[in-house]
Design a protein. Structure first.
Lengths: 386, 386
DNA sequence: ATGAAAGCGCTAACAG
DNA sequence: CTGTTAGCGCTTTCAT
């Protein structure tokens, strides 16, 4: 695994608290990691020459360069990133903050951002704000100036703070639109229109939207797009909720929908939709026969499999692309000089994926009415809820 | 939201590339963030006094301290973490590296570690190595000395590298045991024994273990514990695989198990077990009637709901506790002076959660044989696989 | 109690 | 092409 002469993954050298060295005797605790001066002395050159040999590609004689390189390697020298960052102000690191690492929606964004960052020479550190505004601010405060820029996904911070922050550090938003702050957003309008038309063409006369968190920007967007499309299509639309955007929230959402006699629901996200599915099945109802269910996000794709039956019809967000775009946007705004004309906004269209959870409403099949047996069953279920 | 006189979430001050200031005219791009010298000048004291007022609790006259504090606040001064870290060598940050942020098993570890870190005054940054040894090494290299220590979860690095690394920086392993390197591990032995006894008492005569990644330390541990317990119980045990430890891997795993005539399988993890469940159901078989299924990790608890039917019997790992313990271990090893006697190893026992996916094998119910109808069905299914 | 000075490890002019 | 000299922003002796 290690050819002779090849650099080991990690140097043999340890390090100690910087302030405890100085004396010539090695401070207790372990060997100190070599600095650029150690290399310089050993190679018989000045520190700046070492610095150049290591960082500036074209300069210096090939010979000294080679000597320096080999000494550096022998000593296991590795530049201290902090010391390097202090004068330059650049850390080659970007921070990605998400409200909930547990939520599959963010997986794709994270992967996309991380990969794009790496490709462009940046390391990415991730922080989880656990849906807390305070924690998000805390993370930002701690990481500020320790990274070159932030990608904030579904930020919970107030507009004002975001606008303020963008003045002092490079910043890109995902899934949140604040004028004046660079952002990439998912444009659901077209896909939502397709979804509504899809349901209308199946014979549904009205749709119920199962809302997500009240403070969610996405929720507002989704509801707006839905209502608009429904009006255009001439079918009914109502809003229920808010529900917790997790599988667990599906129980209440399903119960409420049944009570309203819904034949088709569109849930704020897949997790909620899955919860609805489970609840319906648990009550002995069928999907899509008794109820068509549509989600948002297509998390099935991310976790690698359809894991519901029937598989969920969903509005799929281009998550990886969003992460990638966010990093590109960020880097373009960090661009040295005349980046005045940098793009401030990227909109990415989502796509409707039609699968098994949407279909003709049973009621529609029997000449617009409900068969006596179904009616009885539905009645039983509904009254149980109220 | 902001009382007057209260500090805003973020200062009004921007910053520019450090090297471009120096000249008295504000460099283009925005106002520079104030340094400790700006505060010192404004307050009419020396920089060192400001430093003390801000960092050393008890010292200095209360009066000057107060003046400095108010000037600092007025200027929106916030110390540069990099500059602070350079002399002290301490960043108050720890890095957590996981092989796959997508895997629910790690959620709990992450949350546990992050919270414990916060409680003890450390920020936590997270990095995803995407199951790649190279990426893990890359992350470590990049973060080395930019953080005070690492928590490596299910590290893919070779023992040697880990041992080497621990000499130069504080390091704790989770779910991996390397002698000489502090680690917290999940002790499955007792819970596995319970699981085997549970299956044996239900009437299963043999068990099949569906293996995870060949390189996985956990896999080896689980298999060892299983084999040992099975031998003690006097029931058969076989190993199949390796399978991909995701839902998708369940298809092959289920098919292979059916082909072998298994009545009970224990899967490397819940994801694989869920995949097996799905495949069995897809083939028209029932659980636990035709096959009992046991998983590892209890990810259902983490995602907030049982999301399989039947709910999965599983060996639950104390994940949050593991994260917490890892951070404590790490911090104790970073402890300044005579921490020679620090604990090197923490073992946390897992628990068996019995749910609906395990039961009496149908074969056992009909006097040890298989009913003609089941036999025919099983035969059909099995031959389809071969 | 406070100030002056020396550095942390590295990079970036500016000379030679 | 290479060495010397100044810092980056902060902490920390060591004097005063």
């Amino acid at each position: 695994m290690n050819d002779p002469g090849t650099e080991r993954l990690f140097s043999k050298n340890g390090r100690v608290r910087a302030s405890t060295r100085r004396a010539s005797l090695p401070a207790g605790g372990g060997p100190a990691s070599p600095t650029i001066h150690d290399v310089a002395r050993e190679a018989g050159v000045a520190a700046s020459t070492v610095s150049r040999a290591l960082s500036v590609p074209g300069r210096g004689s090939a010979e000294t360069r080679q000597r320096i390189l080999s000494v550096a390697q022998r000593l296991g020298y590795r530049p201290n990133p902090l010391a390097r960052a202090l004068p330059s102000g650049r850390t080659a690191t970007i921070a990605l903050i998400v409200p909930d690492i547990t939520n599959p929606f963010f997986f794709g964004v994270i992967r996309g951002a991380e990969r794009q960052g790496r490709r462009r020479g940046f390391a990415t550190v991730l922080a989880d704000s656990e849906e807390s505004t305070e924690l998000e601010a805390l993370h930002i405060e701690h990481l500020d100036r320790a990274v070159d820029g932030f990608v904030l996904v579904s930020s919970r911070l107030p507009d004002q703070d975001l606008r303020q922050l963008t003045k002092s550090i490079a910043l890109t938003l995902v899934n949140r639109v604040v004028p004046g702050v660079p952002h990439v957003f998912i444009d659901n309008r077209d896909a939502v229109r397709q979804a509504v038309e899809h349901l209308a063409s199946l014979g549904h006369l009205s749709i119920i939207y199962l809302a997500g968190p009240r403070a969610s920007w996405s929720d507002r967007q989704r509801w707006l797009a839905l209502r608009r499309s429904a009006e255009k299509c001439g079918i009914g639309i109502r809003r229920l909720g808010p529900f917790s955007p997790e599988i667990g929230g599906g129980t209440a959402a399903a119960d409420a929908s049944i009570a309203l006699g819904a034949t088709a629901v569109v849930a704020f996200n897949d997790l909620l939709a899955i919860g609805v599915l489970h609840r319906l099945l648990e009550l002995g109802l069928t999907v899509p026969g008794d109820m068509s269910v549509v989600g948002f996000d297509d998390i099935g794709k991310i976790t690698g499999t359809e894991f519901t039956s029937p598989p969920l019809t969903t509005v799929a967000a281009p998550v990886e692309e969003a992460g990638r775009a966010a990093v590109n946007l960020l880097l373009s705004h960090m661009g040295e000089d005349g980046a005045e004309q940098a793009v401030k906004e990227v909109g990415l269209p989502s796509e409707l994926h039609i699968r098994g959870s949407t279909g003709t409403p049973r009621a529609a099949r029997v000449t617009g009415g409900v068969s006596p047996r179904r009616a009885a069953k539905l009645h039983r279920v509904r009254s149980r809820q109220s």
